[in-house]
Design a binder for this molecule. Structure first.
Ligand code: M3L
Ligand code: AKG
Ligand code: FE2
Length: 421
């Protein structure tokens, strides 16, 4: 359209002729008599040369930093950061959003340097920094990855040669902690070395990155193959790859393992990057990926052993993705604990089983399996929303201690250290 032609002409001129000619061009564009249709487009000089905006009937359109953004007027009013609408000390909104007229439109708009000023019908003025709008617009945000990751199979992980963080530096320096969290966020697993092999030291370690998440298994747990609980984990049997606590509405974010003792054979730990496998499914069979991310089902934990009585149910799809950018953030995969499927009709069920098979095949590829023998002194942290774990059957006495962590608090620690999370 005409308006867009103007815009392109402007940026072309800008590239070819630079600043001073633009001022001329802008005057022309804003002149009613020469270009009658251009009156609703506003261009600007100075720093933000390539900024233009238009006030539409039901939204505000802004072109800035090579991005076309569209803002709803209620959204704009709702995001006013004036002293009466927003408490900048607590970073909380004071404005009652429900009191904003859903048909609100600004009376006037003007730009000063890099700030847009909106005057609303009641005279209230809102200022928006152009950079702030760019950073917080849907168009600017939808491309952004929330959590950068390196997806791995055994070879990729081993070639990365990530060294375990030393216990001392993990506990005593922010650099050590940051290095650890950086690796943990990128790969979904990380090790700490030279930890005294006790439950107390393991707890101290865990507390450094997050609050411990207490569950039906306790706060810190220390288990052997004594079948003290109604779960296969408390035996010597092999356990196929899985994530834990799929039967919680929100599965535990992080799992910590510290093998305090093993006098016997076997018992190696298996680790598989669930996101790497899911990515393969997405590449090879996008419809199946979509199905796995849309069909909700339940996982369940029913325990009746001795005095222990528990019944937990968690519902959700196997793959959880953010709707706005399709980024995968949680895999819930535990074939042992998957409950009766009664949430979808038979034909969808059949397609779901096929998709589940595709994912399972990827998860079971030997090249995706990273095997490690846990030893006293080396603590393993697993992102339970991403990396599956399993174990080989074993003989002899084996004692594993650890805990679950709350994901929010781990991410909080990471952000405070300046990491993207
Ligand atoms: C032993 N420990 C407390 C670590 C976990 C036991 C939970 C095992 C359960 N099947 C699940 O996958 O959630
Ligand atoms: O025994 C192990 O190595 C792990 C068992 C397990 O899957 C768990 O405790 O969650
Ligand atoms: Fe487990």
């Amino acid at each position: 359209m005409w308006c867009h032609r103007l815009f392109h002409l402007q940026s072309r001129l800008q590239n070819v002729l630079k600043g001073q000619v633009i001022c001329w061009a802008l005057q022309q564009f804003n002149s009613k008599s020469l270009f009658p249709l251009a009156i609703r487009w506003h261009h600007t000089t100075s720093k933000s040369l390539n900024c233009a905006w238009q006030q539409h009937e039901d939204h505000f359109e802004l072109q800035y930093a090579n991005t076309v953004m569209r803002f709803d007027y209620v959204w704009l009013r709702d995001h006013c950061h004036s002293a009466s609408c927003y408490n900048s000390q607590t970073h909380q909104r004071s404005l009652d959003t429900a009191s904003v007229d859903l048909c609100i439109k600004p009376k006037t708009i003007h730009l000063d340097e890099t700030t847009l000023f909106f005057t609303w019908p009641d005279g209230h003025v809102t200022r928006y920094d152009l950079e702030w709008l760019l950073k917080n617009s849907y168009e600017g945000q939808k491309q952004k990855i929330i959590q950068p990751r390196i997806l791995w199979n055994a070879e990729i992980y081993q070639q990365a040669q990530i060294s375990p963080i030393n216990f001392q530096s993990f506990l005593e320096t922010n650099e050590g902690l940051k290095e650890f969290l950086k690796n943990f966020l990128l790969y979904g697993i990380a090790f700490v070395d030279n930890v005294p092999p006790t439950q107390e030291h393991t707890e101290k370690l865990a507390g450094r990155i997050s609050l411990i998440r207490e569950t039906i298994y306790g706060r810190m747990w220390c288990f052997t193959s004594d079948f003290s609980r109604g779960d296969t984990a408390y035996t010597k049997l092999a356990l196929d790859r899985h994530t834990d606590t799929t039967y919680f509405q929100e599965p535990c974010g992080v799992q910590v393992f510290h093998c305090l003792k093993h006098e016997g054979t076997g018992g190696r730990t298996l680790l598989v990057d669930g996101f790497y496998a899911a990515e393969q499914v997405l590449q090879k069979s996008p419809e199946e990926f979509e199905l796995l991310s849309q069909v909700p089902l339940q996982h369940e934990y029913i325990e009746n052993v001795g005095k222990r009585h528990n019944h937990m149910i968690g519902a959700g799809p196997l793959l959880n993705i953010y709707p706005w950018n399709k980024e995968l953030y949680l895999i819930r995969y535990n074939n042992y604990d998957r409950a009766v499927i009664n949430t979808v009709p038979y034909d969808v069920v059949h397609r779901w089983y096929a998709a589940h098979r595709t994912l399972t095949k990827e998860l079971r590829r030997p090249e995706n399996e990273f095997w490690v023998k846990l030893k006293p002194g080396r603590v393993l942290f697993i992102d339970n929303w991403r990396v599956l774990h399993g174990r080989e059957s074993f003989t002899g006495y084996r004692q594993l201690c650890g805990c679950y962590l709350t994901r929010d608090d781990m991410l909080n620690t990471a952000r405070l250290l300046g990491l993207q999370a």
